[in-house]
Design a protein around this ligand. Structure first.
Ligand SMILES: Cc1cc2nc3c(=O)[nH]c(=O)nc-3n(C[C@H](O)[C@H](O)[C@H](O)COP(=O)(O)OP(=O)(O)OC[C@H]3O[C@@H](n4cnc5c(N)ncnc54)[C@H](O)[C@@H]3O)c2cc1C
Length: 511
């Protein structure tokens, strides 16, 4: 949207679009913006001094994806390795190379932490306040559209329960989010507290040089072994041109992922038996699978953990690692005492107890001076909120690769921008006005980190376009094919507040 925009549109802002975050989704957002809406002037503001987000922040031993890279990677840049489960460093390099290859890197401004954004209806723009990491100075920018690709958790710290006695512990207590680069764990006895993706990643990796590793969990998680190498993808890559092989592998993995997810939701007890049967085959008849790997919920009530090539089970079989299920009573000088009375000794304790969710990069938002409380809002298509003009966010799937949804969102944002440009609108905002709509939690997961964040998460509606089905096919229909003027999205000119557009005037046209 340039100064030559039609009458009634906003005055020129510093940027048309400000993207916040240079992780997987920020780079996808920039790519689609350049490709589908090339007239938009944009920049990426990144709070840290590095590209890659999650894949740069997390440095614990063994850090890797648990999704396959043909779908966690981009649709527009094939993942060029037979390893479909990739290390954190490989993913970081991939994000960086993508940014360089497509000329996105020069748009990134590092060390720019966005603190606050205020929407002005009079000017139809966001005023964005940014702390410059280099000297702490506050910088101000204006933009027409704010696109938050800021992830979903607090970068400053992970979640750690307040256990009694931590001060007494004579060894080292570390959180995987702040893994000390110099930590030497060779020959050490290690306890990893947790049973999620991080704990099951750390265990086999630490076990290669530690004296022994114990995974201490309060309750078990479903764990499924899968090959780290995709043989069909490798064969396709040899037999076909790269682009075609990539598209086929992606389609295969999207469809298989959806198939197994839906099968597990439809026949949860059979899925449970199949998963537990797989673990029994891995660990043998003597291992107490019921105690340590049999959760008291059904598959996909919480995320499944995938372990490449059964590495977790191999470490247990080799006697290098074990699993203890119990509750911590207190830290002691030498390790932990459980409520059962059992004592566990350790030189290093790792609290793989998860993340603290943080919505929209912790940015304080207001619309015409009225503070926005996200918990009172509803997500539209899992990418915007009601009555929040010209603001979209990238939130990925919980049951499939994050990037799949982020790319759908990125393309939809371009469609919105193009529609506004073509019609001379200055803003768009979805409106929640239908009294028959029911409210539901935004995330259908019972995981601790989701439950802890209930008070900061927006809600969703009981049906489309306010409901997210966590389903790539439904979302493709909704985001790639659905009309951008759907009778729910309001469009307006500068100087007109969102509420001032009569409901009856909402367009039901456009492509
Ligand atoms: C250990 C781990 C493993 C994971 N494995 C998988 C997996 O296998 N598959 C999967 O689908 N998902 C996985 N996820 C989820 C993962 O976060 C996503 O896959 C994806 O990397 C998120 O990308 P993103 O760009 O949206 O967010 P992030 O990677 O979190 O990047 C957000 C960026 O925004 C910046 N930022 C945030 N707030 C501000 C602000 N206010 N101002 C300026 N900059 C800001 C941050 O500094 C960061 O660089 C994993 C997550 C973790 C923690």
């Amino acid at each position: 949207m340039h100064p030559d925009q039609p009458h009634g549109a906003a005055q020129a802002a510093d940027f048309d679009v400000l993207i916040v975050g240079a992780g997987l989704s920020g780079i996808a957002a920039a790519y689609h913006l350049q490709t589908n809406s090339p007239r938009q002037r944009y920049a990426i503001l990144e709070g840290r001094d590095a590209i890659g987000g999650t894949w740069d922040l997390f440095r614990y031993p063994g850090v890797r994806s648990d999704s396959d890279m043909s779908t966690l990677g981009y649709s527009f840049r094939p993942w060029q390795s037979d390893q479909s489960i990739a290390s954190g460093a490989a993913i970081r390099d991939y994000v960086q190379q993508t940014a360089e290859q497509f000329g996105i890197a020069r748009h990134i401004r590092y060390g720019q932490q966005v603190l606050r954004a205020s929407w002005s209806s009079a000017d139809a723009c966001w005023r964005v306040e940014v702390r410059d990491g280099a000297h702490g100075a506050i910088r101000r920018h204006t933009c027409r559209f704010l696109y938050l690709c800021s992830g979903y958790y607090d970068y400053a710290q992970g979640y750690q329960p307040a256990w009694p006695g931590t001060q007494r512990f004579g060894g080292q207590l570390v959180h995987p989010q702040q893994w000390p680069a110099e930590l030497n764990y060779t020959g050490k006895r290690i306890i990893v507290i947790g049973s999620g993706a991080t704990a099951v990643t750390l265990l086999p990796s630490l076990a290669t040089s530690a004296a022994h590793v114990t995974m201490l969990q309060r309750s078990p998680t479903y764990i499924v072994a899968r090959p780290s190498r995709d043989k069909i993808a490798a064969w396709l890559r040899r037999a076909l041109p790269e682009g075609l092989a990539h598209r086929l592998t992606r389609s295969k993995n999207i469809l298989l992922g959806m198939y197994f997810y839906n099968l597990a939701r439809r026949f949860p007890h059979k899925a449970r038996q199949a998963i537990l049967g797989g673990i029994r085959r891995q660990l043998g008849a003597d291992f107490d699978v019921d105690q340590h790997f049999s959760p008291d919920y059904l598959p996909w009530d919480q995320r499944l953990c995938l372990v490449p090539d059964g590495d977790l089970f191999k470490a247990i079989r080799a006697g290098k690692a074990d699993v203890v299920t119990g509750q911590i009573e207190t830290f002691t000088e030498r390790g932990l005492r459980l409520r059962s009375g059992q004592e566990l000794d350790a030189d290093i304790i790792v609290s793989a107890t998860g993340l603290q969710l943080k919505m929209l990069g912790g940015i304080a938002l207001d619309v015409d001076g009225v503070a926005v409380d996200l918990a009172q809002r509803h997500m539209y298509k899992g990418m915007m909120c009601d009555d929040l003009p010209n603001l979209a966010f990238a939130l990925g799937y919980t049951n499939a690769s994050w990037t799949l949804k982020c790319e759908l969102t990125a393309k939809y944002v371009c469609r919105l921008l193009n529609h506004m440009e073509a019609r001379g609108y200055a803003w768009c905002a979805p409106r929640w006005r239908d009294p028959s709509l029911g409210e539901e939690p935004a995330l259908d997961l019972k995981s601790g980190y989701v439950q802890r964040a209930a008070s900061i998460l927006p809600k969703q509606g009981s049906r489309r376009p306010w409901k997210l089905y966590q389903n790539y096919v439904y979302d493709t229909i909704s985001l790639a094919l659905g009309r951008v003027a759907d009778g729910t999205m309001a469009y307006g000119r500068a100087g007109v507040a969102v509420n001032a557009v009569p409901q009856a005037a909402l367009e039901r046209t456009g492509t």
